[in-house]
Design a protein. Structure first.
Length: 514
């Protein structure tokens, strides 16, 4: 019998253990699967919603590791797919429970349990054209529910401002002038010296009774969606020079972004007291949604026109995806202003106001889509926060020595409600318009309103709005008596640099010089 192999009894004994083991494994597998929930509403809890790398390294690439926790609040386990949205090209790397990579599938988190996620940021400081702020996200997919944790790294050496406050209905912000280290409101003047760039993430706020003074040559870079907010009774004095202008632009420094509109939000200025004017002088504002928005506090719809002014002398505003200047119930004084290439209005003056615009060039040749709106609009109405239409007074305003032109047939529009009579005049102005300009109260010298003439810019395709020698705009302006702000033009040349014996100078912000 031995030659026939083991007996049936012996064979049965040998088979019993593997069969029992297989059965146990199958039963365990079934029970284990039952431990996991497949509910589509499962959401993880995170110890942080943003991982910020705020340590600045100025000479060498840096490698910093931070961590956060993803917790499963359910009473059953979950399987989670975790991935770095930017993939391999991202400057970030992640490690999930000891495993490194950019994507992880079916990461198991037990009921009430957590996993540690480690994040490393490695930036190349040698590339000065790299972004000042690097962003990515870690994506979590739990049974089809998407969640994410934002990763933010500060790149080149700069002053960085990151939001630490939030009020419902307003963007996240940090108060940069008007609060002490203990969080108490104070009145103060904060100066930004020209030592290194200033980078704003979210909104930077100048609070009531405080002033932000910006020195010549300062470069302010704003991350997408952010801006500078001068709150009610706050003040900004951004006073650059011809040789060292102050620049507001995006934090993206790559060549692709150099002229791309709409990369950040706006400079937002609220109302203030008489004499506390907000001054932008020798300033460049570019690539925003709205360049400068000055208005009375929206939550007080009945507020009168701001007693404080915005002073715009030797200012260039361009490549704004909505508007270059949006004013509501505000006073504006301006000399040598250039506003170009905006997706809706270059200049929109709404509600009440008092305006002085001298040697202005508005040139809207927007090329990122079809624009249905004129380059310049002035109206005494606006819709307030409640939806009501407000009608306000426009008082004692002057528009002189300017050019309003662009690629549309009508680039100039006046639109007034009849309840009030606005008080303003246009004199020595080139207008591209199909609107009637025969009202003697608003256009008292018809022979000095030049309709639908070619201004003779150097190159509209290159956005060079200087004048050519044969420009129609030459020698049709007269210096405003007592006004010293426009003795030189926007590029710094003396007006009447061609020594024309008539004493006339050129329309717009640029003077032609031999």
């Amino acid at each position: 019998m031995s030659s026939l192999g083991p007996s049936l009894h012996a064979l049965n004994r040998r088979l019993t253990l593997p069969l029992l083991l297989l059965t146990t494994l199958l039963l365990y597998s079934c029970r284990r699967d039952n431990l996991f929930t497949d509910s589509p509403g499962v959401r993880l809890n995170f110890s942080k919603d943003t991982v910020l790398f705020d340590t600045i390294f100025t000479t060498v690439p840096f490698s910093v590791t931070k961590r956060f926790v993803a917790r499963n609040p359910e009473n059953r386990a979950v399987r989670v797919n975790i991935a770095l949205e930017g993939g391999s090209p991202s400057p970030f790397r992640i490690n999930v429970d000891g495993a490194s990579g950019v994507a992880f599938e079916n990461v198991e988190i037990g009921p009430g349990d957590s996993v540690y996620v480690f994040v490393e940021a490695s930036l190349d400081q040698a590339n000065q054209n790299s972004p000042l702020i690097h962003e990515d996200r870690i994506l979590f997919n739990t049974n089809g529910t998407e969640q994410s944790v934002l990763l933010v790294a500060w790149g080149q050496d700069a002053h960085f401002f990151f939001p630490n406050r939030a009020i419902q209905g307003f963007p996240p912000f940090q108060i940069i002038a008007g609060v002490n280290d203990q969080g108490q409101s104070i009145c103060e003047t904060v100066t930004w010296p020209n030592d290194k760039p200033y980078v704003i993430y979210g909104y930077a706020v100048v609070d009531s009774c405080s002033t932000l003074r910006i020195d010549p040559g300062v470069r302010v870079h704003v991350h997408g969606g952010g801006g500078l907010w001068i709150y009610r009774w706050g003040r900004i004095l951004a006073e650059g020079t011809l040789e060292q202008p102050i620049t507001f632009q995006s934090d993206r420094l790559e060549p692709f972004y150099a002229e791309l509109p709409g990369q950040w939000d706006r400079i937002w200025i609220n109302d203030g007291p008489a004499g506390a004017d907000n001054v932008l002088q020798n300033v460049v504002v570019k690539n925003a949604l709205i360049g400068v928005q000055c208005e009375t506090w929206p939550l007080q719809p009945q507020a009168p026109t701001s007693a404080a002014k915005v002073v715009l002398n030797n200012v260039r505003i361009r490549n704004c995806s909505a508007a270059g200047i949006l004013s509501r119930n505000y006073r504006i004084d301006s000399n040598n202003l250039l506003v170009g290439d905006c997706g809706q209005y270059a200049v929109a003056l709404t509600g009440g106001g008092e305006y002085f615009f001298n040697h202005t060039t508005v040139a809207n040749y927007w090329s990122y889509g079809i624009r249905q709106t004129p380059a310049f609009i002035m109206t005494n109405t606006y819709q307030d926060i409640t939806g009501a239409i407000q009608v306000r007074d426009i008082l004692a305003s002057q528009f002189v020595n300017g050019i309003i032109h662009g690629s549309n047939t009508n680039e100039f529009q006046l639109e007034f409600a009849n309840e009030l009579t606005p008080q303003f005049t246009f004199d020595r102005f080139m207008l591209r318009t199909d609107q009637n300009t025969s009202n003697d109260s608003w256009f008292p010298f018809q022979e000095r309103i030049y309709r639908n003439q070619n201004p003779g810019f150097v190159s509209t395709s290159d956005r060079d709005f200087r004048l050519t020698e044969g420009s129609f705009a030459r020698n049709k302006a007269i210096p405003v008596p007592g006004n010293s702000e426009a003795i030189r033009d926007l590029k710094g040349d003396f007006r009447n640099c061609d020594n024309d014996p008539s004493g006339f100078v050129d329309l717009g912000c640029f003077e032609w010089c031999p």
